[in-house]
Design a protein around this ligand. Structure first.
Ligand code: GDP
Length: 311
């Protein structure tokens, strides 16, 4: 399946959860899974290890044969380069801005990181249904923010959608038909490149572990984007630290893929997809999980001491 990996960047309360729910609902996923699964973006089972917030908040929607993996980014605090690592898994970001409030500190914080990583944001001016919404002013402020953050020409030439996540529509025109979120799905598919990793599906398996979670049944779960090759349940792999030290060898006991709100066990996953793996006992964030034939780790951001951003 054709994949897009994106993150949605937003200041708290600008409507990220509501928008993701609407995307799920309109892709048909929500209805099917509603009764059985917890909300992916709101899961609260955070842990910490080595000063890192550990979350594997991601979700996935399917639209006209495309799978859009949506990873969540922590907005307010950056534990040890976590935001960079998470943004390192995606090829595009949707910058969601409340059209009444304009860009806020958390918007700026994550946007600066996205721009520095070379990502080209799609800007969604949200909540335009609010009586005090000023989409034009908000748009100018977003542009000014990008200039302040040294955005390059391509990044400054961002596409814009007007939206009401709550009403479930997004449109290229402020006075458009306001029907549904097709314009957003379509823009993501057209504007965000497919993962370059797809082209490396024939190589031995490797994945950079980006977030760590623990599951009461499966134990440790490491989430990341598959960099090369294919991973299968039962496969023997090893974990390499950033300096190439072998941390442990283990068998993949479970592969979980994001499908709608749920993480579903799958047998095989391919380069470019974002999955969670179980079976390890020591491997952690920033380690490379790879086929035994691979001895070079994937370059990873160092795990810095926690820094707290302005709020
Ligand atoms: P998050 O913190 O970014 O995940 O924001 P939420 O999705 O939880 O939304 C925060 C608040 O804004 C909630 O009360 C939502 O009902 C409201 N909200 C979300 N989207 C819209 C919208 O499009 N229009 C209006 N008027 N309110 C919205």
């Amino acid at each position: 399946m054709d994949i897009r990996n994106i993150a949605i960047i937003a200041h708290v309360d600008h409507g990220k959860t509501t928008l993701v729910d609407a995307l799920l609902k309109q892709s048909g996923t929500f209805r099917d899974n509603q009764a059985t699964v917890e909300r992916a973006m709101d899961s609260n089972d955070l842990e910490r290890e080595r000063g890192i917030t550990i979350l594997a908040k991601a979700t996935s929607v399917e639209w006209h044969g495309h799978r859009i993996n949506i990873v969540d980014t922590p907005g307010h605090a950056d534990f040890g380069g976590e935001v960079e690592r998470i943004l390192g898994m995606v090829d595009g970001v949707v910058l969601l801005v409340d059209a009444a409030e304009g860009p806020m500190p958390q918007t700026k914080f994550v946007t600066s990181k996205a721009l520095r990583l070379g990502l080209k944001p799609i800007v969604v001016l949200n909540k335009v249904d609010k009586p005090d919404a000023e989409p034009d002013r908000a748009l100018n402020e977003v542009f000014d923010l990008f200039v302040t953050l040294d955005a390059n020409e391509e990044q400054l030439d961002f596409p814009v959608l007007y939206a009401s996540g709550r009403a479930g529509w997004a449109d290229t025109e402020l006075d458009g038909p306001r029907q549904d979120l097709s314009a957003l799905y379509q823009l993501v598919v057209d504007y965000v490149p497919a993962p370059t990793q797809l082209a490396r599906a024939d190589e031995p398996f490797s994945m950079l572990a980006t977030t760590l979670a623990s599951d009461p049944y499966l134990g440790r779960l490491l989430t990341g984007r598959i960099e090369t090759g294919t991973v299968r349940t039962g496969q023997s792999v090893h974990a390499l630290s950033r300096d190439g030290t072998e941390i442990e060898r283990f068998r993949i006991s479970k592969i979980l893929a994001f499908r709608g709100l749920a993480r579903q066990p799958i047998e095989v996953a391919e380069a470019g997809d974002i999955v969670s793996l179980a079976g390890m006992t020591k491997a952690t964030v920033a380690d490379t999980i790879a086929d035994l034939a691979i001895s070079e780790p994937i370059p990873a951001q160092p795990i810095d001491p926690p820094t707290i951003s302005v709020t």
